[in-house]
Design a protein around this ligand. Structure first.
Ligand SMILES: O=C(O)CCC(=O)C(=O)O
Ligand SMILES: [Fe+2]
Length: 352
């Protein structure tokens, strides 16, 4: 698809306020769309809430509380494939630092530097910048490989240190959710850790800047997609625009509590569990947004050389394998994509 270049937005950024994350889409129609390919924005369902998971409860010393929390996350993963994580231990000041660094990185006056340094050059790039302004997508983005080695632009000052610290903190959550979800599924706590070789997990981070409605070419910020990997963690400076498709076929607004982290299951948990825990289709609409929005979506993957296929525990005569196995690296390179593109290849993997 041809990509046109736009200048990033020049309006004042509303500062990140973790106490009162703001909904920036003001008006929504109540009509409902069940077709996930319909890019109409007038579809959110008001009465369906994405559930919240308390990270500390998953490891509570009180066994009763812990087992209820594990039962809850198990149900949430099956019914929604997404949740708001609270009490995760990532400090407000760290989140503020990330958004400040990104706001400076996306400085509209320095766009020429970004084009020169980070626009697509090489299939092996570890840092990639781009801007898409079409009818299907309206965002400026910075993608980096975040783990096992962290890559990040050196400007603005301290940005790479801030991001490195953030990625390191997120690894604690990756291991924690690996253990909790393994337990919740009824396995030993290192089940996912071993299946995905999480110590060497391959993480790709997408940092996105969406223009407000008056600067975008259409209502879409980012079209419908799922993401590869175990799960995606997402933080944002303001609410407004991100939606997930519920398992009942309804688009639901992501409306995060202050300081929460949005967790969205990825393709490789779906493959490993032979479709029991599905990756979640999501999209971003810029619809009625009046201010710009920044999000940081980190795709936490298996190690590059992990061979992921439906695990024997999820396969029997009534549930034959629904996906072909391949290494994580191969799955990221399907259809001519490269690692940093972080594209889903779930459809190509599915056995009809
Ligand atoms: O910006 C968002 O809210 C979603 C971003 C996303 O889905 C992605 O980068 O894969
Ligand atoms: Fe995504």
């Amino acid at each position: 698809m041809a990509q046109e270049t736009i200048s990033p937005v020049l309006i004042t950024q509303r500062p990140f306020d973790s106490k009162s994350a703001t909904v920036i889409s003001s008006q929504r129609s109540s009509s409902l769309t069940k077709n996930p390919n319909d890019s109409s924005i007038n579809v959110p369902v008001d009465d369906v809430e994405i559930p919240t998971v308390d990270f500390t409860m998953l490891f509570s010393d009180d066994l009763d509380k812990r087992s209820r929390a594990l039962e809850h996350i198990n149900q949430v993963c099956k019914d929604f494939g997404a949740f708001y994580l609270v009490n995760h231990g990532v400090s407000d000041s760290m989140l503020e630092g990330v958004f400040k660094g990104l706001s400076d990185f996306f400085n509209p006056r320095e766009i020429e530097d970004r084009i020169k340094q980070y626009e697509k050059k090489n299939p092996t790039d570890k840092i990639r910048w781009g801007v898409n302004s079409t009818h299907g997508e309206n965002r400026e983005y910075l993608k980096v490989i975040a783990h096992p080695q962290c890559h990040c632009p050196t400007k603005p000052a301290s940005f790479s240190e801030t991001m490195e610290e953030y990625f390191k903190t997120m690894r604690r959550i990756v291991h924690g959710l690996g253990k909790a979800i393994s337990n919740a599924m009824g396995f030993e706590e290192c089940y996912i850790e071993k299946a995905f070789n999480l110590d060497s997990g391959f993480d790709i981070c997408s940092m996105n800047l969406y223009p407000p409605n008056f600067r975008s070419k259409s209502s879409m910020g980012l079209p419908n997609h799922t993401d590869p990997g175990f799960f995606v963690s997402l933080i944002q400076d303001v609410n407004g625009g991100l939606q997930i498709l519920s398992h009942k076929g309804e688009w639901i607004d992501v409306n995060m509590p202050p300081n929460a982290i949005f967790i969205n299951l990825g393709d490789h948990l779906e493959i490993l569990t032979n479709g029991k825990y599905k990756s979640t289709l999501h999209r971003v609409v810029v619809g009625n947004n009046e201010v710009k929005r920044i999000s940081v979506a980190t795709l936490h993957g298996p190690s590059s050389d992990s061979f992921v296929c439906p695990a024997p525990e999820f396969v029997d005569e009534h549930h034959p394998p629904s996906y072909r196995g391949m290494t994580y690296k191969q799955s990221l390179e399907t259809n001519g994509a490269v690692e940093i593109d972080a594209q889903s290849s779930l459809e190509q993997t599915r056995i009809e």
